[in-house]
Design a binder for this molecule. Sequence first.
Ligand code: BTN
Length: 245
Amino acid sequence: MYNYLIMNIISFEKLDSTNTYCKLNLDKLADKTVVSTSLQIAGRGRFERSWIDLGCENIYMSIVLKLSENFSETYSNLTQYMSVILCVQLEEIGLKPQIKWPNDVLLNDKKVCGILAEAVFKGQKLNGIVLGIGVNLNAKIEQVSQIDRPATSVNLELGREVDKAEFMQKLLDKFFLDYDEFLGNGFISIKDDYVKRASFLNQDLNIGIFNKVQSGFANGVDDKGALVLVDSEGKEHIINMGEII
Ligand code: BTN
């Protein structure tokens, strides 16, 4: 019997996007509220991409995180924190996930999850963060093969369906269990756990940063979660944003 931690989860049958809902209603939603939906008709991803709905047995949810003393230092690493937590959850059910910088979780080199953190401002002041996560949990092979990048689903890798309610609750329990420690200490508190699952180190990479590309050898991840790239002239570049292309 699994003992659930108590947290505030609001479930919808249909939403445009859980992130959009949380952003629009941030003032009314308490810290650590989780909003999930069975059907997400206008899911959003990084770089203005859309996140496709693969059916109601997959996860579409967002967590509302309000500010605390340590928040501004660490909020840019929240997506990396979530990627590590998801890996731990996937390992618990027998899978071997890897992380592609900064926060994609892969199974057999294919993306299984997307994480999108959005800051909400009131005037100049940061009012909170909405941390959205979409997990392909029980998708059909025909659906994932329609995605324009290599993608998979937990059930396809595992060879069986996964109980969505249990998976989601365990993921959230793990997230909140170490959340205060993460806020207090930042990326350094998860660095070892992140690096040991990294799929991108010690190889040549191209990083897309807006419409520029930076190439180099991935030497490591620094204590703030940035990618350390060394270019062909031996110059070090600390990359804080962008994606591996
Ligand atoms: C990515 O581009 O990889 C991030 C995708 C994030 C998708 C999730 S699904 C739940 C939440 N609501 C959204 O509209 N997006 C995030």
